[in-house]
Each structure stands twice: as C-alpha cells, then as structure tokens.
Write a protein that binds this ligand. Structure first.
Ligand code: ADE
Length: 249
C-alpha cells in the first residue's frame, strides 16, 4: 500500500513522531535514516530532512523513488515575515518560491530556469485537511503545551495562515534582510530553508505535497526566542499533534 511520507526538519520533531509509532523500523539510505511504520493506522515513512535546499531535495527524491510514497508532508519551523504572522502561529504553504534563485538577466529573478515558473503549488486537498487539523490543535494549545510554555514564549499568537512561503539557504536573522525580503516579495508569509526545494522535487515526480511550519521567530534582530527550547516545547508538540490529527481525521 502506498505510504504517506513525513519529512521533519528537526531531531525533536522526528523524536515526537517516532514516539507515536508503535512499530517503526529503520532503513538507512543515502546517509539518512528512513523510519517505516504506522501512525494512526496509516502506512508512513518518517525521515529527518536535514537543513537547506540540497539536503531537503535529496531526501524528497529518495522518498519519491524508493519508498512507494503517495503524498509528502514537510513539517518544521519558519521565520514570520507577513505583518500579522506571530511566534506560535502556524503557516500552511499554498505556494513556495526560492528567494535566493536569481539567474537574471537570462531568466526573470526568482524564476527556476527551464521550469518557466518561480512558484510551485502545494496540494489543495492536503492543505484543507491540514488546516482543519491545525485549527483543532491550535484551539487546544494552552492545554496541550501547558501554561508555562505559553507564558515562556509569549505565545499570544495562535493563528493559522495560508499563502506564500519562501525558502533559501540562509537563516534570516537581521531586520535589514527581512525588510529586503518583504520589499521583494510582499506576499510572503514566512521564510525557511527547505520548502521550495521539496516543492520542486514533488513537481518533477507528480507527488502531492504540503509544507506546514510553526513560526519560531520574526526573522529579525529582535528575535530573542530560545530556538532549541522553542522547538522542543512548542514546535515539535504542535507538529506531532497536527500530523496525528491529520492522519486520524
Ligand atoms: N527557520 C526558522 N526561522 C528561520 C529564519 N529566520 N530564517 C530561515 N529559516 C528559518
């Protein structure tokens, strides 16, 4: 039976997912560990994506070619760029773009050469299912995370956003850089380092995919969140709960 692939960006997220799998089995390939098993009764393969576009593209290619995958879900964290996108919010990518792709003057800025496009579209049906799962989990966030985590990370925001997510091989941690990204791509909700690469691979293989991100910072110099603690206490719990709800719902 075809499997659902789940690419996790962080070790903590991978562990949270593996803890929900009763029967996981490790299959090494290409320097990665692919975990085969069941989540909520569904056949899944779970893998750590590693960081950056090349690592993510390699991982997605191995999933598409070696694991009989019917759809692919990427979960991780991102920096918020859109005006109302706050730490603790969840962003579902409807389109993805590589913000550091620039083969001008041969091709327009951001266009992926020989694809005739700069944006790759995520699967609408997956996004609808993930949006429902995210809303359910976000509504229960204080109970799921505990009041301490909510206070520690100042999580006033718990909204779900859907729209453009941009990717590049750079952790954006300066106000000048995030402002330049906002000026070049005003529709961008969030910035991360893998999604658009996964999107391009899935386009090549005709594989439906979705990218789900918890906002960990605002991609500026005021971002003071304790990153590893945020991943452990908030992002990994959100993503494991949303993935479980999505698969069960
Ligand atoms: N992932 C989480 N926060 C990010 C940021 N500010 N830039 C790039 N990737 C990220």
């Amino acid at each position: 039976m075809p499997r659902i692939a789940i690419m996790a960006a962080m070790h903590e997220e991978l562990s949270a997912l593996l803890a929900l799998m009763p029967d996981e089995q490790r299959r090494p390939l290409g320097g990665r560990e692919f975990w085969l098993g069941h989540l909520h009764g569904r056949d899944v393969v779970v893998v750590l994506s590693r960081i950056g576009k090349v690592a993510a593209a390699t991982t997605a290619t191995l999933l598409a070619t070696h694991f009989d995958v019917e759809r692919l879900l990427f979960t991780g964290v991102a920096g918020g760029l859109g005006a109302g996108v706050k730490v603790g919010d969840v962003v579902l990518a409807e389109h993805l773009l590589q913000h550091d792709m620039d083969a001008s003057p041969l091709f327009p800025r951001h266009e992926v050469p020989l694809y005739g496009r700069s944006r790759f579209e995520a699967d609408a049906a997956m996004n609808d299912g993930l949006a429902r799962a995210s809303q359910r989990v976000l509504a229960e966030a204080p109970a799921r995370l505990g009041a301490d985590a909510v206070a520690a990370f100042g999580l006033q925001g718990r909204a779900l956003h859907r729209g453009l997510v941009i990717s590049g091989d750079r952790f954006v941690s300066g106000t000048a850089e995030s402002e330049a990204l906002r000026a070049a791509l005003p529709q961008a909700l969030a910035v991360e380092m893998e999604g658009a690469a996964v999107a391009q691979v899935c386009h090549d293989f005709g594989l439906p995919f979705a990218v789900l991100r918890t906002i960990s910072d605002r991609a500026d110099d005021t971002a003071h969140v304790d990153f590893p603690a945020f991943i452990r206490e908030v992002a990994s719990r959100y993503s494991a709960a949303i993935v479980a709800d999505y698969l069960g719902g």
